[in-house]
Design a protein around this ligand. Structure first.
Ligand code: FAD
Ligand code: FAD
Length: 326
């Protein structure tokens, strides 16, 4: 059932088996498995994050590689609805561990917001991350190209960048060290832009020179191009540099603030889990981009299956086998 401001009272006293926070690829997959295991689940999703932003879904078996992320989401939602899962459009502000249950406080509605609380035995954190973009004065200029041929994910789109003139938009010296030499697997024609945000040390400059990579430290005024195809950048001094593609590597924002009062093992901003997706809290699972692993749709979908299966095993074990009663 789709929950709205009008009908959510009906679920006020329910304790769900699991609440899934985030309805992207991971959350929807978890929800479908939970419902098919005849567990009760609620997916709470604020909408419009990575799956939605993805213009073309590459590397996903069974779907054409030009499938937009929003098509995957639509199909996932329909599938979840067909097995009677509850879905709510809202922003999870906080999860409180009450012992046997968790209380999940949600902001519903942008205007005249209400703050209902839902309860569950298990939490599946599937709220993902979001990529930081090049901070220009006119962000609409960045949104025009980001996710098209101005990429944010090398694993997803390295193939599309092969042997092209590529701009690498770095957020730190570490991002250059970690990413640029790997990016050269796909293309060695790399121009690195620091946007004047940080200094580059002499040893790294030397290494970049040795590989023939270019370094541009003047801030960027705007991206050039049309119809979502970026063709270069204009710097603040008026210089124009032609490019065929780009990769932004400026870090991520992790959608995990609702867990801030529960101590969980982390690595950087990512949650550490076991192979079934369990975090250091026995009844909190984390799946997809939010956990340590490979940030790919196929992985998020697989994670959802594993987490839901583990939760089913535990609840089934607690209830014991059913009897044939006349
Ligand atoms: P998401 O899909 O990000 O879903 C998380 C959901 O949680 C979102 O809907 C978000 O709104 C919601 N949420 C967050 N915080 C809250 C909160 N507090 N309360 C309620 N809801 C919340 N992967 C591929 O495999 N192939 C590709 O070709 C590919 N291309 C990509 C292109 C782009 C431009 C981007 C940005 C990513 C791409 N990816 C690709 C990566 C892929 O999108 C992610 O790996 C995948 O979406 C992760 O799924 P997820 O369910 O973990 O997170
Ligand atoms: P497979 O798909 O089995 O592929 C292995 C391949 O290796 C085969 O083509 C085989 O011929 C080949 N092979 C084996 N040995 C050799 C050799 N020595 N040399 C060369 N080739 C070899 N899963 C779901 O997620 N949802 C479902 O609804 C579902 N329904 C199912 C219904 C049925 C009837 C069955 C049988 C399975 C179902 N499954 C379902 C499970 C699913 O099919 C498997 O989990 C999945 O196919 C595993 O993929 P795989 O690549 O590991 O193996």
């Amino acid at each position: 059932m789709k929950l709205t401001k009008k009908n959510l009272e009906e679920r006020r006293d329910r304790v769900y088996d699991a609440i899934v926070i985030g309805g992207g690829a991971g959350g929807l997959s978890a929800g479908i498995y939970l419902q098919r295991y005849r567990l009760s689940s609620l997916i709470i999703d604020k909408g419009k994050a990575r799956s939605f932003w993805m213009q073309e879904l590459h590397n996903y078996l069974g779907l054409p590689p030009d499938t937009p992320g929003r098509v995957l989401l639509k199909r996932g939602e329909q599938h979840y609805e067909s097995v009677n899962g509850d879905m709510l459009n809202g922003y999870v502000e906080e999860v409180v561990d009450e012992g046997e249950t968790f209380a999940v406080r949600v902001k519903v509605g942008r205007q005249n917001s209400i703050y209902p609380i839902f309860r569950a035995k298990y939490i599946i954190a599937a709220s993902g991350i979001i990529d930081n973009l090049v901070p220009l004065e006119d962000m609409r200029n960045v949104f025009e190209y980001a996710g098209y041929n101005l990429h944010v994910c090398m694993v997803c789109d390295g193939y599309e960048m092969a042997d092209k003139q590529c701009g690498f938009f770095a957020g730190s010296e570490a991002s250059i060290e970690e990413m640029v030499f790997n990016l050269s697997w796909f293309t060695p024609y790399i121009t690195i832009f620091t946007h004047g945000l940080f200094e580059v040390s002499e040893p790294l400059r030397q290494k970049l020179r040795e590989h023939g990579y270019r370094l541009v430290e003047t801030p960027i005024k705007q991206f050039l191009g049309e119809n979502h195809q970026m063709t270069g950048v204009e710097l603040v001094d008026g210089t124009e540099i032609g490019l065929e593609t780009g990769l932004i590597s400026m870090g991520s924002t992790y959608h995990n603030t609702y867990l801030k009062n529960i101590p969980l093992e982390m690595k950087g901003g990512y949650l550490i889990t076991d192979k079934m997706g369990r975090t250091s809290h026995p009844r909190i699972f984390a799946i997809g981009d939010l956990k340590v692993g490979l940030n790919q749709v196929v992985v998020a979908a697989g994670d959802g299956a594993l987490a839901a299966t583990q939760i089913w095993r535990e609840i089934r074990h607690d209830r014991g086998p059913r009897r044939w009663e006349e």
